[in-house]
Write a protein of this length. Sequence first.
Length: 232
Amino acid sequence: MKLVVEGLEAAHGRTQALFGVSLELEEGGRCCVLGRNGVGKTSLMNAIMGVLPTRGGRVELDGRDVTRAQPWERVRMGLGYIPQERTGFGHLTVAENLRVVLESRKDGRRSEVDEVLDLFPALKPLLKRPAVFLSGGQRQQLAIGRALLTKPRILMLDEPTEGIQPSVVAEIEEAILALHAREGLGILLAEQYVEMALRMADSYVVLEAGSVVARGATAELSAHDAERLLAI
């Protein structure tokens, strides 16, 4: 599935957050959105997902304008989103969190939960634990697992490494890249951790004050150059 974002503008009340942001994610592509805190990365992800209303521009999925579509409609079309807050149902167990997403689909198979657990085996002994008692890394793995159960064609991750220990970051990175290689899953990643972002993506855009200030292929961008861009 191809994602096209063109001239996107959005605001939080009277405060403009995005100023004509454009990017493209080809089918099966991997793009990272780089930038410091407060430059508009989360606003961009929320606007693409339909959580934040837009004031201008458009969002297209496979040539279909979904700018006014509801978030759940975008999920059905193939967008999977893991927000920075890693929200879930804290009072439900890990197993219940996974099951409630699966049961929301008419074509859901119980074996799909097993596939998620094979991807994140650390969750297996925690199936009866309420999600509120999970560590940050465990919550992130659960959040990704929940998103995968919606059968996305593009997976959007907002700051997936924030507050997570390096060993778990490596496990998450490995799992996502394995999914991409096996299923051609498109990835849109908003991240400050430059080295991980460059490893996981083949293209990048850099945001500053809600605008794109640089873009290109990650193969042509060193970590040093990326750090320099983020210092603008």
